[in-house]
Design a protein around this ligand. Structure first.
Ligand SMILES: Cc1cc2nc3c(=O)[nH]c(=O)nc-3n(C[C@H](O)[C@H](O)[C@H](O)COP(=O)(O)OP(=O)(O)OC[C@H]3O[C@@H](n4cnc5c(N)ncnc54)[C@H](O)[C@@H]3O)c2cc1C
Length: 495
């Protein structure tokens, strides 16, 4: 059996893995990145391929040169996207939500390959065809066992970075209770209902689509959405995802049914470039980022840490900055010779307090919790009624509706839409009563207040390990109040 000793082992050759490996290696650590796929297919995964602000260094920090990647025409295939369009075709509802940041569609294969090349250029060793199937621990995580091109190999390390994606197998393998922590472990393995299941195909149409400069979302019969994200006017990434706390939807059949009803997809074929590899499904984290992403000798990043937008499921950006943060925290901990929970705490602190976007994602999860508590038809009626500005807030992570003037404007927008949808018979068609609609609009409004309350709590995330329990119990109090407000039975509590 082969044996390797490294400062840092990164499991995963995706976005989080590349940002983590590049960051730690660029700072001089001995880093090995393990990826079960081959070199040829490394970095290629199921994705809608939509990415925001690729050139913004605050969103993509660290040594990976995102400008070089964004300049590569093979990577940024659609540079043109300026809005999200929400369509509820059955109701005749169409809303356009303009983007205030640049948004693009990437070729996920080329993007993944460029990231791997850059991580290697920063000094990370990369072992492909390497499937991690066991974690070694002894008070702290000390390494992994894997099968590399058919041969068993042991990798020992000071810090293991888990960048193995949503529903990471490493989290099932580690016995967190057996690790040496001052109190209960701060790391908690997420429940399967905190994930979504998603599938996509890349297809070619005969004629250009009219929405080549927008990304399009449509509601499903369960909480989730179906998308058309154009890579070019004739090459469209089409897919769908739903949350696993609801009845499962047969994804492939449901997508087929949808495409058959759209004239632009008649005669469309699966794009030839990667043939069968263009049809892909995967899990997606639809929860708030983990309360703590560290354990002794262990850091989680990206899908494995839940840094995905809890409503839209977009996680490229979260994987990038949380990967960077994990690499950075590993460097500090190895240099200090302290890889305990407290020694690795910098990862949590930076993400929640200094960078802050993880705090926003955690706060925005309240919209996911509220949406799960509302019947899908009522939710569709509410979406028809809410003005673009308020919808944009829900699928983004910034309060659009601040100030009295804005609130009055939004209120007027709701009234206007209500009248229009009553005239169009929308609520009758959905079988939604006035009372249900009123209650649901009220729920969205109340949820806004909880989003603010969560945001304030996460902004006060503990600077160090010692005050975590106190912080957590105050955060849990907000959970309890919110669930009470939503009248959720304990079995329906998300956390
Ligand atoms: C269908 C779909 C559509 C999506 N659309 C979008 C979108 O449009 N925009 C957006 O921003 N986000 C989107 N997302 C989410 C986004 O893809 C993820 O949030 C992001 O890829 C997470 O990156 P990651 O590096 O954490 O994990 P991943 O990209 O999943 O990478 C994990 C890597 O670890 C490897 N690995 C796993 N287990 C092992 C093991 N045991 N041994 C060795 N290697 C292992 C995998 O092979 C993989 O390469 C979508 C997700 C899905 C499923």
């Amino acid at each position: 059996m082969g044996r390797n000793q490294h400062d840092v082992v990164v499991v995963g050759g995706g976005i989080a893995g590349c940002f983590a490996a590049a960051t730690a290696a660029a700072d001089g650590l001995d880093v090995v990145q393990l990826e079960r796929k081959s070199r040829e297919w490394g970095g290629f995964i199921a994705c809608g391929d939509a990415i925001k602000s690729p050139r913004d260094p605050s969103k993509y920090p660290g040594p990976i040169d995102m400008d070089a990647i964004a300049d590569d025409e093979a990577v940024l295939v659609d540079n043109n996207i300026d809005r999200i369009e929400f369509w509820d075709e059955q109701l005749g509802v169409r809303k356009a939500l303009p983007y205030d940041e640049s948004s693009n569609v990437v070729d996920r294969y080329e993007f993944g390959q460029r990231l791997l090349e850059q991580a290697a250029a920063c000094g990370a060793k990369q072992h492909y065809d390497t499937v991690v199937n066991e974690v070694i621990q002894n008070g702290r995580v000390t390494g992994v066992e894997a099968v590399r091109s058919g041969e068993p190999v042991t990798y020992e390390c000071d810090v293991l970075i888990d960048a193995a994606g949503a529903q990471s197998i490493l989290q099932d393998l580690i016995d967190f209770e057996a690790l040496e922590t001052p109190g209960d472990p701060t790391f908690e393995v997420p429940h399967y209902t905190h994930f979504g299941s998603a599938y996509r195909e890349i297809i070619e149409t005969e004629e250009p689509v009219a929405y080549h400069d927008a990304i399009v979302g449509k509601p499903l019969e369960e909480l989730g959405y179906l998308w058309y994200f154009p890579r070019t006017p004739t090459e469209i990434n089409v897919g769908l995802g739903f949350q696993m706390n609801k009845e499962p939807i047969p994804l492939v059949d449901r997508l087929r049914r949808d495409l058959e009803n759209r004239p632009e997809f008649r005669g469309a074929t699966v794009a030839e470039k990667f043939d069968e590899k263009n049809k892909l499904g995967s899990a997606i984290a639809l929860r708030r980022p983990l309360d703590s992403m560290v354990a002794p000798g262990y850091l989680a990043a990206g899908g494995a840490a839940g840094t995905t937008h809890p409503i839209t499921g977009k996680g490229i950006r979260g994987a990038a900055y949380s990967g960077y943060s994990a690499g950075r925290a590993a460097v500090e901990a190895v240099e200090d010779g302290d890889v305990s929970e407290a020694g690795l705490w910098e990862h949590n602190r930076w993400l929640y307090r200094e960078h802050g976007e993880a705090a926003k994602l955690a706060a925005w999860d309240a919209y996911n919790v509220a949406a799960s508590s509302i019947d899908v038809n009522v939710l569709r009626a509410v979406t028809a009624v809410l003005p673009e500005r308020e919808l944009r807030e829900i699928v983004g992570t910034s309060m659009e509706v601040d100030g009295l003037k804005s609130k009055v404007l939004v209120g007027t927008g709701v009234l206007k839409n209500l009248v229009a949808e009553y005239r169009a018979g929308t609520f009758e068609r959905l079988g939604v009563s006035n009372g249900e609609l009123y209650e649901a609009i009220l729920t969205v409004r109340k949820t806004r207040n909880y989003v603010s309350a969560y945001e304030r709590r996460y902004e006060a995330y503990p600077e160090d390990r010692s005050s975590f329990e106190r912080w957590l119990s105050a955060r849990d109090r907000i959970d309890r109040e919110f669930y009470r407000e939503l009248e959720l039975a304990p079995s329906d509590h998300k956390y």
